[in-house]
Design a protein around this ligand. Structure first.
Ligand code: NAD
Length: 278
């Protein structure tokens, strides 16, 4: 297993288990360097969004990398202010241009904006049918959002990207996604670095001669969850990728599961302030 190991989405498209997230990575030099070092280390999956305002830098790094397009997996997302059918098509074309790509591998609805996400998703379905995206999905969708969406959708989402880490082990959502063949993808898998000094995680990490970040990312992988940890530092990018040479015991998996506190670093999708976007 390695950075190029993939999970297969329900439409047959292969998504790497581990990618690089670039939220809050500065546009321009910082994001270009960050993506370049990751690609050099062997990362092939990059997660950006129009909201991050760094798609141009991502695109520049990709085009200068010389890596074959078919070996890359690029995800971007339609932001809340861009939702609705026509706006989404426009937003998609803007993202494509910034990324300097002919197609995107995965296009996601960033948040479930009430009254809009179904029209937004209809645009994603059309982009998919036109071959402009290889897979489509959603982000920050709770079970009730997924159920509501699937009542009308022609194409079941292939991915749901949500905040997910040991303190926010969303077991019901994970099971629901597995039952429905929707790949769960963890954002903020390291809880933005907030509890990497947790004593239980530290004890487990010491046992495997790994870091707590590696233990968390391995825990995701063993739960069948894709991760996209962010780091601008080459050492940490390397560390985060080095999770395929050890296996957590069932006992340690259970211990990490038990760290759940339903604690978020971001907003709960049902409590997010959608009012500017309605
Ligand atoms: P993360 O959990 O990946 O944490 C990143 C932070 O953890 C870094 O800034 C760094 O401070 C620290 N870190 C990283 N590797 C480390 C290591 N090995 N040791 C110690 N500290 C380390 O948080 P994130 O960036 O918020 O999430 C990852 C990606 O998920 C984002 O970059 C973005 O692509 C995506 N995301 C999506 C949404 C969404 O709404 N869909 C929201 C937030 C993030």
């Amino acid at each position: 297993m390695s950075l190029t190991s993939t999970t297969t989405l329900h439409n047959g498209v292969k998504l790497p288990w581990l990618g690089l997230g670039v939220y809050k990575v500065e546009k321009g030099f910082e994001v270009e360097q960050t993506v370049k070092t990751a690609l050099n280390l062997g990362y092939r999956s990059i997660d950006t969004a129009s909201f991050y305002e760094n798609e141009e830098g991502v695109g520049k790094a990709l085009s200068e990398s010389g890596i074959k397009r078919e070996d890359l997996f690029i995800t971007t997302k339609v932001w809340n202010s861009q939702q609705g059918y026509d706006n989404t098509i426009k937003a998609f074309n803007e993202s494509l241009e910034k990324l300097k790509l002919d197609y995107v591998d995965l296009y996601l609805v960033h948040w479930p904006v009430p009254g809009k996400y179904k029209d937004t998703y209809r645009a994603l379905e059309d982009l998919y049918e036109q071959g402009k995206v290889r897979a489509i999905g959603v982000s920050n969708f709770q079970i009730h959002h997924l159920e509501d969406l699937m009542n009308d959708a022609k194409i079941k989402p292939m991915v749901n990207q949500v905040e997910f880490h040991p303190q926010l082990f969303q077991e019901d959502l994970l099971q629901f996604c597995k039952q429905n063949d929707i790949q769960l993808e963890a954002w903020g898998p390291l809880a933005r670095g907030n509890y990497l000094d947790d004593p239980a995680l530290t004890e487990i990490a010491t046992k495997y001669n790994k870091t707590t970040a590696q233990v968390i990312l391995r825990w995701d992988y063993q739960h069948g969850v894709v991760t996209i940890p962010k780091s601008t530092k080459i050492k940490r990018q390397e560390e985060n990728a080095n999770i395929f040479d050890f296996t957590l015991t069932d006992e340690d998996m259970n211990r990490i599961d038990a760290l759940n506190q339903n604690k978020r670093t971001g907003k709960h999708p049902d409590e997010f302030d959608y009012s500017p976007y309605l």
